[in-house]
Ligand binder design. Structure first.
Ligand code: FAD
Length: 108
């Protein structure tokens, strides 16, 4: 089976980076595709217990695909739920913090 830590780090990198570059005003098609991507993930993710947990979280908190700031925050909150479960530190889900980590890098 895949290494759950390496897979997780790579998947979060993909998801947070994609959210950071998601349009502020996505088209109807972009919204539908993002929703499909997030709903498909737990059906295919090769860590069964991670996937079923994430599926429940996505059902309890429907993805905000309205634009990049809403999506980035939504994803940050879901990641924090996993962090909490694993005893890891929470991340501050402010758009500025998320952009610094996943889009712009530190300002100096
Ligand atoms: P990661 O949690 O991989 O984070 C990578 C980087 O993201 C961090 O270094 C930090 O800079 C940044 N970051 C941290 N929190 C946030 C946040 N809230 N928002 C934005 N950026 C943030 N592992 C399990 O053992 N059990 C599980 O049930 C499980 N479920 C998972 C479900 C999903 C959908 C995914 C993608 C991964 C899951 N994982 C699970 C893996 C786990 O979340 C970690 O990826 C893995 O433990 C490696 O952790 P890490 O400390 O390297 O940092």
């Amino acid at each position: 089976p895949p290494d759950v830590e390496i897979l997780g780090r790579a998947t979060w990198t993909f998801l947070h980076t994609t959210a950071a570059y998601y349009p502020e005003r996505p088209t109807v098609t972009q919204r539908a595709n993002m929703l499909s991507l997030l709903r498909a993930l737990p059906t295919l993710y090769p860590c069964a217990h991670c996937a079923s947990d994430f599926d429940e979280r996505v059902r309890a908190h429907p993805p905000d695909v309205s634009g990049r700031s809403g999506l980035s925050k939504w994803l940050c909150e879901r990641h924090n739920e996993v962090n909490e479960k694993l005893g890891k530190e929470r991340f501050e889900c402010a758009v500025g913090k998320l952009d610094e980590r996943w889009k712009d890098g530190p300002s100096d």
